[in-house]
Write a protein that binds this ligand. Structure first.
Ligand SMILES: Cc1ncc(COP(=O)(O)O)c(C=O)c1O
Length: 395
């Protein structure tokens, strides 16, 4: 039996996986247009064009492009009227920005458990945590897999909650044929470097409600009003504007997105088939309501009995040593003491079972792993099999 690379053996793979980000002549052409135009920020046409094209692609009427996915969450929450004293339902399995944005507008995140199939918010658990001050729910489409939006919409309708979809990882994803980000009152996306379309940094709010779009635009632009003079500020806001350079890159990235989604979906299907043949791992299920999965992450579970013997981090380190880019993913948000201090809780009291089970057992592969050929995915499967067959070397 081959020795594990982490213990000095020969790795399954030495070649890199497809590079990310990718770009082509279109990005270069559009960037040069901006450079030569001298309109690098306000006054140019690229941000406007990108907002329209991205919103249209996501079946939303309006888009407000901004500087990051976190900034998009902040301005969307403000535009939805979330304020000091309000409570917002936030799944405990997400990037910290989902919760810090809530804190940044003066509201309090209420951490809720997740559905172990979609890894999205558990509406059942969320319902138990609703109180008088609860005003909003933030379903997060983790890894590009839409949360169960039927359940989220039904809960929000029953309790009069606003829905803000955190679609930072879900460009082009669909729930029952509807685009993630445009099912709730507003949706936000990130264009950070690792995301499925990127301008290095960047974000956008999409919505079909004109008043929400107007307010989001105002908050991201120092409290201006689109219809008034430049120095007539009407409310407290920030400068979260996107530059024309970012928008130029994103226009080209958006054109490439549909073919990349197809590619990632095909690869994920193949990899799931390969991993299903290996005892001890299981791909995270693709819920039947997901008609388009963005696969920002490919996520698989390791059997609980294995994790009891070998901590997940050691498995991840062993896979990395075999040449497979992967990581252990999130820990429950309530384990960040700085966050719990902000929400006025010590942190010791909260335990969410599904969140903890998922955090201890899943492994993430980044989306660029899905952009290569079947041989690349065979290497992933081979490495997983090799590590699991040699667990005694890690125990
Ligand atoms: C689920 C989620 N929400 C919000 C964000 C914040 O986006 P950004 O990094 O662009 O601020 C991210 C980015 O990693 C994310 O994954």
């Amino acid at each position: 039996m081959a020795k594990l690379a982490v213990n000095g053996g020969e790795p399954v793979r030495r070649k890199p996986f497809p590079q990310w980000p990718i770009y082509g002549e279109e990005e270069e052409k559009l960037l040069l247009e901006v450079l030569r135009s001298g309109k690098w920020s306000v006054g140019g046409e690229k941000v406007k064009q990108f907002q329209q094209e991205f919103a249209r692609f996501h079946d939303a009427a309006y888009g407000v492009a901004c500087s990051s996915g976190w900034a998009a969450l902040v301005i969307a929450l403000k535009a939805l009227g979330i304020k000091r004293g309000d409570k917002v339902l936030v799944p405990a399995y997400t990037f910290a920005a989902t919760a810090t944005a809530v804190i940044d507008v003066g509201a309090t995140p209420v951490f809720t458990d997740i559905n172990p199939d979609t890894l999205g918010i558990s509406v059942e658990d969320a319902e138990r945590r609703i109180g008088e001050d609860t005003k909003c729910i933030i379903p997060v489409h983790v890894g590009g897999c839409p949360a169960d939006m039927d359940e989220v919409v039904s809960l929000a309708d029953r309790y009069g909650l606003k829905i803000l979809e955190d679609a930072a990882q879900a460009h082009g994803a669909e729930w029952r044929g509807r685009k993630a980000g445009s099912i709730g009152d507003a949706g936000t996306f990130s264009f950070y470097q690792s995301k499925n379309m990127t301008s290095g940094e960047g974000g956008i709010v999409v919505t079909s409600r004109e008043e929400v779009a107007d307010l989001a635009w105002s908050y991201h632009n120092v409290g201006r009003d689109r219809r008034r003079e430049w120095y007539e500020l009407v409310r407290y806001g920030w400068n979260f504007r996107m530059t024309e350079f970012q928008a130029a890159v994103l226009i080209a990235q958006l054109r490439r997105l549909p073919s990349l989604i197809d590619k990632r979906e095909r690869s994920a299907e193949y990899l799931s088939r390969r991993l299903s043949e290996i005892e001890g791992v299981e791909p995270v299920k693709r819920p039947s309501g997901v008609t388009r999965h963005a696969y920002h992450l490919y996520i698989f579970r390791v059997d609980r009995e294995i994790i009891k013997k070998v901590p997940k981090q050691r498995l991840v380190d062993a896979l990395k040593a075999e040449g497979i880019p992967c990581n252990p993913g999130y820990k429950p948000l309530y384990e960040y003491r700085f966050l719990m201090r902000e929400v006025g809780m010590s942190g010791g009291g909260l335990r969410l079972q599904n969140t903890e089970e998922v955090c201890s057992s899943v492994v993430w592969l980044p989306q660029n792993v899905l952009l290569g050929c079947e041989g690349d995915l065979d290497d992933v499967a081979e490495a997983v099999e090799k590590v699991l067959k040699n667990l005694n070397e890690l125990a």
